[in-house]
Ligand binder design. Structure first.
Ligand SMILES: Nc1nc2c(ncn2[C@@H]2O[C@H](COP(=O)(O)OP(=O)(O)O)[C@@H](O)[C@H]2O)c(=O)[nH]1
Ligand SMILES: [Mg+2]
Length: 240
């Protein structure tokens, strides 16, 4: 058997008992030196399920996925981290692939719902507001912050991996959902190699999405505005 990866598999959990039960046997837990759950305050039995399966649970003093990312990075001792949401949207088969991309030289790897060959949860419907908003925000991020990297097709999906020290060094500040957008923008600003794999996004298994479209969309715009002073053309103008 190969040695476990020097990588932490982080489970981001807020009331995901159905998703946890559904994906559990497909998670490559024995391949990871460390597996941690960050819980945003579940009351549906998710905590008991994780405890029964021997997974340490980290608590957050305030809710939000952004906070959860930092709680995990501060507690982990592994070199690399894969962030996984056990809600049915993310394919467990991609977990190790994301870490492989880091081992092959990427500084950030992302499971893309919009790369060629990928599937996203709205593909079943002709009306795809979430995909359109995601792709528009991704286009803006590339236009403003990507200088010479291949186009990043999904700057927003949370299913991703990076080195723990890199995550800490980005000094992220977002408390809620747009944490991934801030990470992607800051990685683009720094010219990091970003590798994507085409993923098949599944449908949510039970529970509810906590990402309400309009408030989350607004939060993404706020992140974008706060990062704009570091956009490439803005920096260019300042130097001129
Ligand atoms: N630890 C933690 N996890 C969260 C929080 N908010 C959402 N999550 C988890 O993040 C994942 C993605 O959330 P979800 O509502 O499905 O967002 P969507 O996939 O964009 O609709 C799920 O596994 C949630 O349980 C939070 O505040 N803290
Ligand atoms: Mg989800």
């Amino acid at each position: 058997m190969s040695a476990p990866r020097d990588c932490c598999l982080v489970l981001l959990v807020l009331n995901e008992i159905n998703g946890l039960k559904d994906c559990w046997d497909k998670l490559p837990l024995d391949q990871f030196q460390e597996v941690l759950a960050v819980d945003g305050g579940s009351t549906d039995g998710s905590r008991a399920f994780l405890t029964e399966h021997g997974i340490p649970i980290l608590d957050q003093s305030i809710p939000g996925r952004g906070v959860a990312f930092r709680v995990a990075a501060e507690a982990s001792r592994a070199e690399r981290m894969v962030f996984y949401s056990p809600d049915g949207n993310e394919d467990p088969a991609d977990i190790e692939r994301l870490d492989d991309l880091l081992l092959q030289g990427a500084r950030l790897s992302i499971a893309s719902r919009f790369a060629e060959g990928s599937v996203n949860e709205e593909d079943v419907s002709p009306f795809r507001p979430r995909s359109w908003a995601n792709q528009a925000l991704t286009r803006i991020a590339n236009t403003c912050f990507n200088s010479g990297q291949p186009y990043v097709t999904d700057t927003i999906n949370g299913f991703r991996a990076l080195r723990r020290a890199d995550l800490l060094a980005l000094h992220t500040s977002v408390k809620r959902f747009p944490i991934e957008y801030q990470i992607s923008i800051r990685a683009l600003q720094r010219g990091w190699t970003i590798a994507e794999l085409a993923t098949e996004e599944g449908q949510r298994v039970g529970g509810e999405s906590k990402a309400l479209s309009w408030p989350v969309g607004k939060d993404h715009l706020k992140v974008l505005l706060s990062e704009l002073p570091r956009a490439k053309w803005w920096q260019g103008n300042k130097r001129a």
